[in-house]
Design a protein around this ligand. Structure first.
Ligand SMILES: NC(=O)c1ccc[n+]([C@@H]2O[C@H](COP(=O)([O-])OP(=O)(O)OC[C@H]3O[C@@H](n4cnc5c(N)ncnc54)[C@H](O)[C@@H]3O)[C@@H](O)[C@H]2O)c1
Length: 437
């Protein structure tokens, strides 16, 4: 009899009775909220991160992720339900191991699976019968069974027979108070039925709706479809915005009216370009994998071209604005309001504001920024510090850019400062000094 045949009911039972111990590898935007949710549901959770400073902070109950309030984190840390460590030697003691490490792109836009491989090697080193291993990191279809499974099976144990292996994409939307880990449905694919059952039992204990699918490849593809859908539709609306500018039509007004259609239309908004760890990156995981089969993803490439041209377009709008008062970019003071990639978060990964700052600096502008969520950032090897909002209001700049529409900014006051390029339609009363994209 296989080990699974005897241990299968036991892992599901251990999950149902909250006896299962859970390890979460990678305590970032995805891993920490998930670890806290498991701990709140009554599991004993160990978070594994290579960043010792992050672990120390978590163990003090202090959160580095805005969606995880300090009091919620402190409650599970103080009750002994959650601790963080870098000691991967303890992974073998876990009943469940959930991998939430980064999946970036290389400079060539090829997938960089090095973090996943390192984490999987750590799991493989202490893998034991009956464990449930889940990959949550976004990746191309085939990663779980072509990369993770062989690495885990190298020691002789077999997935579905000796241990369980599943993929479940993470859909968390940082900064979204309405949809959080708990009420976002969770898609689960396993390398076989026992793995889906075990992973579904796990997620069923913390999320309101689990959606099992027939394979890990389907689950991997679901996430890439969702993010490609966004990237392509943002690319489309950015192109419509460029078109509307030529025709002197207000694209924002067009979208507001179009979205009154109660069916068959979903609003997407133009902006300074894509940012964050998902939308600018994930579709290239898909196009890379498709290329291995000789298939070219034309929509993904085209959307990528349009979206990555947007920071250049914003700089052209700055040139238009300055030109209207007979000033060049070279030597002008240009101030950005918001550098995070989206509203009300402090994440600058892939943020188009960084490109805008760099492009403007290259053309001789003297750049500065205000972002209460991003105290400092690095630009061309130099540190740049955020100027507090009041100080920015009282200092002169030749042109300001609304690059992120943080809720805390007073847009009426920003509009009164002079020339503005508004990339987010944040300024509602548009005088001749306000240049939309
Ligand atoms: N951020 C999002 O909004 C989001 C949403 C859905 C899916 N995802 C996906 O989830 C995955 C994780 O993203 P994230 O935003 O949480 O990343 P993150 O950078 O915020 O966190 C990743 C963490 O993993 C740690 N880490 C890296 N290698 C490790 C290792 N070998 N062992 C232990 N810890 C390690 C890092 O120190 C970091 O704390 C990615 O695949 C991403 O595409 C992210």
């Amino acid at each position: 009899m296989s080990i699974l045949a005897t241990s299968s009911p036991s892992i599901v039972e251990r999950i149902k009775t909250r006896q299962a111990s859970i390890g979460v590898i990678g305590l970032g935007y995805v891993g920490l909220p998930l670890a806290v949710e498991f701990a709140r549901a009554g599991f004993e959770v160990t978070g594994f991160d290579i960043d010792e400073a992050k672990n120390a902070r978590i163990n003090e109950g202090s959160s580095h992720i805005p969606d995880v309030p300090d009091d919620e984190l402190a409650a599970v840390v103080n009750s002994g339900k959650l601790r963080a460590t870098s000691d991967v030697g303890c992974l073998g003691a876990m009943d469940v191991v959930d991998i939430c490490v980064p999946t970036p792109l290389r400079k060539t836009k090829d997938p960089d699976l090095s973090y996943v491989i390192k984490a999987v090697e750590a799991v493989a080193a202490t893998l034991r019968p009956g464990q449930l291993v889940i990959l949550e990191s976004t990746t191309y279809p085939g990663t779980t069974d072509e990369v993770v499974q062989p690495a885990l099976e190298a020691g002789g144990l077999r997935a579905e027979r000796d241990f369980f292996l599943a993929f479940s994409p993470e859909r968390v939307d940082p900064g979204n108070a309405r949809f959080t880990t708990k009420n976002i449905p969770k898609v689960v694919g396993g390398v076989g039925p026992a793995s889906v059952e075990a992973a579904s039992a796990l997620y069923g204990s913390v999320v309101s709706n689990v959606v099992p699918v027939s394979s890990t490849q389907v689950a991997e593809m679901v996430k890439l479809l969702e993010n490609t859908f966004r990237a392509v539709n943002i690319g489309l609306v950015n192109e419509i915005a460029l078109m509307c500018r030529r025709m002197d039509i207000n694209v924002w007004e067009v979208i507001e009216a179009a979205k009154t259609k109660p069916f068959g239309f979903m609003p997407f908004y133009p902006g300074p370009g894509l940012g964050g760890h998902c939308i600018p990156i994930d579709p290239f995981y898909l196009s890379w994998k498709a290329r291995q089969t000789g298939f070219e993803c034309r929509f993904i490439e085209l959307a990528g071209q349009i979206n990555s041209s947007m920071p250049h377009y914003v700089v052209e709008r700055v040139a238009d604005a300055l030109n209207s008062v007979k000033k060049p970019i070279n030597g002008s003071r240009v101030h950005l309001f918001g550098v995070a990639y989206k509203k009300d978060v402090g994440d600058v990964r892939e943020s188009p504001a960084l490109d805008i700052l760099e492009l403007l600096a290259k053309r001789g502008a003297v750049v500065s920024y205000t972002d209460p969520y991003v105290p400092t950032l690095e630009l061309g090897g130099h540190a740049l510090a955020s100027i507090p909002f009041e100080a920015a209001m009282s200092s002169h700049c030749d042109c300001a850019i609304v690059s992120t529409d943080h809720g805390v900014f007073d847009y009426a006051r920003i509009a009164a400062t002079g020339l503005i390029v508004d990339t987010r339609d944040a300024i509602k009363t548009k005088g001749p000094n306000v240049f939309s994209i």
